[in-house]
Write a protein of this length. Structure first.
Lengths: 610, 317
C-alpha cells in the first residue's frame, strides 16, 4: 500500500491541477503577444513566453488538460467496451467468443502509431479522432484481460455455486464475476491511461494530434524545437512535465499490479551468510565418510528468526546407507542442502559441523566445496523434470558434469556419458543421450540424474526423495538401481524420504526427524522391530502393509515459528502427558540407539506387550 | 520442426492478407470516398465533375469486389500502385527507403540487447544493492520519457550545446562510412532507449527466476564453475522470455521509427508516410502501412523461429 501513496499523490495532483485550470486565473493560453516572444520569466509569466509570446505556464497547465482528457476518455471508452466484450465472449463462448477475440487480433497486427496514422488520414487530425484511435488501440487489452479472468472465474467453486442456485447469467456476470475481475481491469486501465498520454503527445508532436493553437505538451515540444538554440528552457518544460507525468503513472501501474497480484511483489532479501568461528574444534577421529555434528540452520523471516533444522547429528560409514525420514517440514532436505552448501539464499548455517575427509564442509570455501560437489559428493534430487535443464540435451548435461572435474576432451566425455546411460539402465543409450528432458519419461529422467551423480564415482551420494515424483513400479526400479550401484562402487548413501516403507528395503540405519530435530536414530532392523519414539511408531503405522489399513497421523508438523514449548510431537502424540510440555526432551542413548522422549518407560512397556 | 515452421509461415501469410483486407475495407467504408475527401478542403464542397474524374482515374467507380480483387492481385505481384499526388510508383519509394528504416531498427535492437542483457544479469546477481536499485530506477525513467522527447533532448545536448555531431540527416554508407555511422548514432540511441529498459527488466526478472530453478541447483551440485552456471544454465534459459518480450515490442519499435526519423530527419519510410497522411494520399498511406505491417508480421515470424531454435520444447507444442 505504501508504494501506492507517492505516485498516487503525484498523479492525483497533476489531475487536480488540470481540472482546476479554469479556476486558476491563468493568462489565455492561445493569446499571442508577438512583441514579447521568447521573453524569459517575468511578472505575469513565471516560466516565460513561447515563440508566439504565449504564456508557457498557462499552456503547460491547459496542455495537461488536453492530454488527460484524451487519455481518460479513450481509456474509459476502451475499458467499458472491452470489459463488456470480454465478459460476453468469456461467458457465452461460441460465436461471440470468436468475434470478440479474433477481431481484436486484427488490431494487434498493426504497430499502434501506424494504426493511428491510418485513422488520422481518414478522419483528419483532432481531439475526437485521437480519442477514437486510442480507444480502438486499447480495446484488445481489456477484452483479453476480462476474457481470461472470466474463463478462470467460471470454473471457480463460488460461481458454480451461484449458478446452481439458479441465478441468471447477467446477474452472475455483474454481481459475482465482475468484482473478481475488477483488479486486473483496474491495472489495465492505468496502463492504458499512461500509454494514451505517450501516444497523444507523440501524434501531437508530429502535428497529427491536437490541432493548433490548442495547447498540448507534444505540440509545445514541436514548437520549441525550432527555437531550441535561443530558448532551450521552452523545450525542457514540456519535456519535464510529460516525463514526470508518465513516470508517476508507470509507478502507479506497477504498484497497482503488485497490490492486485501480490505474487509478483515477493522479493527475497539477501543476507550475508554468517559463519561461526571456523576451525575451533579438531576434526573427530572416526572412519565415517560423513559426520554431521550439531547442525543448526536459521532463516530470517518477517516474524523473526526460525530454525528449521536444530542440533542435528548423524554419521554415515563407508558403503553404508543411512535414511533420513520425516514428513514435509521436518527439515530433512535442508539438512542435506546445508551439507552440500546448497542452502537457499535466505537460510544460513548457524552452528555445527559436517566432516568429510577431515574437512568441515560447512566452513569450506566455495571454490573448494565446488571441487567436491559432483565429484566426491554427489546429489540426486526429487523432481527430475525441473532438475534437468530443459534446453540442453540430456547426454550433454551428463558430459558437463564429467568435464567439470576431469581434464578430458568433450568427445571422450560424451562417450563416457553414453556408457553411463547404459550403466543406469537406459535402453538405446546413443540415441537417448541426444534427447531433451521433455522427450523422456519420469523414470528415465531420474536415471539421467543418477548418471550425472555417479559420473565421477562419488564416495558419498545424497538422494533427496529420489522416487517421490515417480509412480510405484518405476520407484522400485530406481531403488534397485541405487542398491546395485552402491554394491558395485562401495559409495555411502544418504537417502532422504518421507516413506518409511522404502527405508526397510534400502537403509542400514535410519534417522527419524520431526520439526527440525532428530527424534530417533538406530539400525533399521531394530527400529522397525521395536520403534521407541511415538512418532516413529506413527510413521510405521502409516505405511500401507498387506490387508492392514494405514493409519494417518492426526494433525500436521508445526511450522517453525509456532513450535510447542516442550516435546514438539506432543500435540499430536497419543501418549502425551503433562511432563511432555515441561521442556524439549534430550536425545538420549537407549538400547544402542538414540531417542528423544520423556515417556520411554511407558513406550517400552507398550512395545513389549504389543 | 519443418512442419511447425511451415505452419507458422502460413499463419503469417493469413495475417498479412487480413491486414490488407482490413486496410482496404476501412478506406472504402468511411463516409464519402477517397476522391471526395481528397478534393474537399476547408468545408467547401468539391466540384462534382472533378470528383467524378478522379474516381474514374482511381478506379473507384467500379464495384467494390472488383476493386478488391484488383487490389489483391496487384499486391501479390508486389505492385502497391502509384501516388495520387505525383503518380510516382509507391513500390519504388518503399524499396528506396525501407532499408534505411530497417537499419535503424536493427541498430536499436542490437544496442538494446547488448546493453540490456549484461546489465540486467548483473543487476539480478547483485539484487538489493545500490547497483541494482540505480539501474532499475534508470530503466523506469527511460520507460517514462517519450521517444521523441529523448530524441529532441539528444539533439539539444549533442548537436546544439556540445556540437559533437550534426542534428540529423543521412549520408549513404557507401559514400562516407564514418559520417554514416555518426549520423546513425543518435537515432539508434533514441530507438533503443525504451527497448533497453524493457530488455533490462525482463532479463533481470528472468535471471532471478532461473537462479531459483532446480536445474541451477543441479548445476551447482555438479560442481560447475559460477561462470559456466551463469552462461550455460541461468542466462541460456533466461534468454527465452527476453526474446518473447523483444518480439512483443517490435510494434513499439516500428512505431518509434516514425517519430525518430522525423526528429533526426532520417529519410526512412516515415517521411513520405507523414507527408501522405497530411495530403491524404491514400494509395501511399496504404502502401507504406501495409509494408510496415508485413514487416511487423515478418519480424514476429523470425522471432518465433529463433525462439523455437532456443527452446526445444516449443517445436513439439
Amino acid at each position: 500500500m505504501r508504494r501506492l501513496a507517492v505516485p498516487g499523490a503525484l498523479v492525483a495532483a497533476i489531475v487536480l491541477i488540470a481540472l482546476a485550470a479554469p479556476l486558476l486565473d491563468l493568462p489565455d493560453p492561445v493569446r499571442q503577444d508577438v512583441a514579447r516572444r521568447l521573453s524569459g520569466p517575468g511578472p505575469g509569466s513565471p516560466l516565460g513566453r513561447d515563440e508566439f509570446g504565449r504564456d508557457v505556464l498557462s499552456r503547460l497547465i491547459w496542455g495537461a488538460r488536453a492530454s488527460l482528457t484524451v487519455a481518460f476518455a479513450s481509456a474509459g471508452i476502451a475499458c467499458a467496451l472491452g470489459t463488456l466484450l470480454g465478459l460476453l465472449g468469456g461467458w457465452f463462448r461460441g460465436l461471440g467468443e470468436l468475434l470478440a477475440l479474433r477481431s481484436m487480433d486484427i488490431v494487434l497486427c498493426f504497430p499502434p502509431i501506424l494504426l493511428a496514422l491510418l485513422v488520422v488520414t481518414l478522419l483528419g487530425p483532432g481531439t475526437a479522432t485521437l480519442i477514437l484511435v486510442l480507444s480502438i488501440l486499447f480495446l484488445p487489452g481489456f477484452v483479453r484481460v476480462t476474457y481470461a479472468e472470466v474463463l478462470s472465474a467460471r470454473s471457480h467453486d463460488y460461481v458454480e455455486a451461484v449458478r446452481a442456485l439458479g441465478a441468471g447469467p447477467l446477474r452472475i456476470l455483474l454481481v459475482t464475476v465482475l468484482p473478481n475481475v475488477a483488479g486486473p481491469i483496474l491495472v489495465q486501465l492505468s496502463l492504458a491511461v499512461a500509454a494514451a498520454v505517450v501516444l497523444e503527445s507523440g501524434l501531437s508532436f508530429l502535428g497529427l494530434g491536437v490541432v493548433p493553437p490548442e495547447p498540448s505538451w507534444g505540440l509545445m515540444i514541436r514548437g520549441a524545437r525550432a527555437t531550441m538554440a535561443q530558448a532551450p528552457l521552452l523545450l525542457l518544460w514540456p519535456c519535464a512535465a510529460l516525463t514526470v507525468t508518465i513516470l508517476a503513472m508507470n509507478l502507479l501501474c506497477d504498484a497497482l499490479r503488485d497490490w492486485v497480484d501480490p505474487r509478483t511483489a515477493a522479493a527475497v532479501r539477501l543476507r550475508a551468510i554468517d559463519r561461526v568461528l571456523p576451525g575451533l574444534l579438531p576434526p573427530p577421529r572416526s572412519d565415517a565418510v560423513l559426520k554431521v555434528e550439531g547442525l543448526t540452520v536459521e532463516i530470517d523471516t518477517p516474524a523473526g528468526v526460525i530454525r528449521p533444522v536444530e542440533d542435528v547429528s548423524l554419521a554415515v560409514g563407508p558403503g553404508e546407507t543411512v535414511a533420513i525420514v520425516g514428513e514435509s517440514g521436518s527439515g530433512k532436505s535442508l539438512t542435506a542442502a546445508a551439507v552440500m552448501g546448497l542452502l537457499p539464499p535466505a537460510a544460513r548455517v548457524a552452528a555445527g559441523a559436517a566432516w568429510f575427509d577431515g574437512v568441515d564442509l560447512l566452513r569450506l570455501h566455495e571454490t573448494a566445496l565446488r571441487q567436491l560437489r559432483g565429484n566426491a559428493i554427489a546429489m540426486v534430487f526429487q523432481d527430475p523434470m525441473s532438475s534437468l535443464n530443459p534446453v540442453h540435451r540430456t547426454g550433454d548435461q551428463v558430459a558437463e558434469a564429467i568435464l567439470a572435474h576431469r581434464p578430458i576432451t568433450a568427445a571422450a566425455a560424451r562417450r563416457e556419458a553414453v556408457a553411463l546411460f547404459r550403466r543406469v539402465g537406459i535402453a538405446d543409450p546413443e540415441r537417448r543421450s541426444r534427447a531433451f528432458p521433455h522427450e523422456m519419461s519420469g523414470g528415465m529422467r531420474q536415471r539421467v540424474m543418477i548418471a550425472i551423480a555417479i559420473a565421477n564415482k562419488p564416495r558419498l551420494l545424497i538422494a533427496d526423495e529420489p522416487t517421490t515424483a515417480l509412480d510405484v513400479t518405476v520407484q522400485a526400479q530406481i531403488l534397485d538401481l541405487l542398491a546395485d550401484l552402491r554394491r558395485e562402487t562401495g559409495m555411502a548413501v544418504v537417502f532422504i524420504t518421507h516413506n518409511l516403507g522404502l527405508v526397510a528395503e534400502i537403509a542400514d540405519r535410519v534417522v527419524v526427524m520431526y520439526a527440525g530435530q532428530v527424534v530417533e536414530q538406530g539400525d533399521t532392523a531394530s527400529v522397525f522391530a521395536r520403534p521407541l519414539h511415538p512418532y516413529t511408531r506413527a510413521l510405521l503405522a502409516a505405511v500401507p502393509e498387506g490387508e492392514a489399513k494405514p493409519e494417518a497421523i492426526p494433525g500436521t508438523v508445526p511450522p517453525p515459528h509456532a513450535l510447542p514449548p516442550g516435546c514438539r510431537f506432543a500435540p499430536r502424540c497419543p501418549h502425551a502427558a503433562p511432563a511432555c510440555a515441561a521442556g524439549v526432551p534430550p536425545l538420549a542413548p537407549q538400547e544402542g540407539r538414540h531417542v528423544r522422549c520423556v515417556r520411554l518407560d511407558v513406550m517400552r512397556g507398550e512395545t513389549a506387550s504389543a | 520442426m519443418l512442419l511447425w515452421a511451415a505452419r507458422r509461415v502460413v499463419v503469417s501469410l493469413v495475417l498479412i492478407w487480413t491486414v490488407a483486407t482490413v486496410v482496404f475495407t476501412v478506406i472504402h467504408l468511411v463516409p464519402g470516398d477517397p476522391a471526395e475527401l481528397l478534393l474537399s478542403s476547408g468545408g467547401v464542397a468539391p466540384d462534382p465533375a472533378a470528383v467524378a474524374e478522379l474516381r474514374e482515374r482511381l478506379g473507384l467507380d467500379r464495384p467494390f469486389l472488383v476493386q478488391y480483387g484488383d487490389f489483391l492481385s496487384r499486391l501479390a505481384r508486389g505492385d502497391l500502385g502509384t501516388s495520387m499526388i505525383d503518380d510516382h510508383p509507391i513500390m519504388d519509394e518503399v524499396l528506396l527507403r525501407l532499408p534505411r528504416t530497417l537499419e535503424l531498427i536493427a541498430a536499436g535492437a542490437v544496442l538494446a540487447v547488448m546493453i540490456g542483457i549484461p546489465v540486467g544479469t548483473e543487476a539480478a546477481l547483485r539484487r538489493g544493492t545500490v547497483f541494482d536499485r540505480a539501474t532499475s530506477a534508470t530503466a523506469a525513467l527511460l520507460l517514462a520519457v517519450p521517444i521523441f522527447v529523448v530524441g529532441t533532448l539528444l539533439v539539444l545536448v549533442f548537436a546544439q550545446w556540445l556540437r559533437w555531431m550534426p542534428a540529423g540527416g543521412y549520408v549513404p554508407l557507401a559514400r562516407d562510412p564514418w559520417q554514416h555511422l555518426t549520423l546513425l548514432t543518435m537515432p539508434a540511441l533514441a530507438i533503443a532507449k525504451g527497448l533497453v529498459a524493457v530488455v533490462f527488466r525482463m532479463t533481470r526478472a528472468a535471471v532471478l527466476d532461473s537462479l531459483s530453478r532446480d536445474f541451477v541447483r543441479t548445476a551447482r551440485a555438479k560442481g560447475l564453475s559460477p561462470a559456466r552456471i551463469l552462461v550455460h544454465h541461468v542466462v541460456r534459459n533466461a534468454i527465452i522470455p527476453v526474446l518473447t518480450v523483444l518480439a512483443l515490442h517490435m510494434g513499439t519499435l516500428l512505431g518509434g521509427t516514425v517519430l525518430v526519423e522525423y526528429v533526426f530527419n532520417w529519410p526512412g519510410l516515415s517521411t513520405p508516410l507523414l507527408k501522405a497522411v497530411e495530403a491524404r494520399d491514400y494509395p501511399m498511406v496504404i502502401g507504406i502501412v501495409l509494408t510496415i505491417s508485413v514487416l511487423f508480421v515478418a519480424l514476429n515470424l523470425v522471432m518465433d523461429l529463433v525462439y523455437a531454435a532456443l527452446d526445444p520444447r516449443i517445436r513439439h507444442a
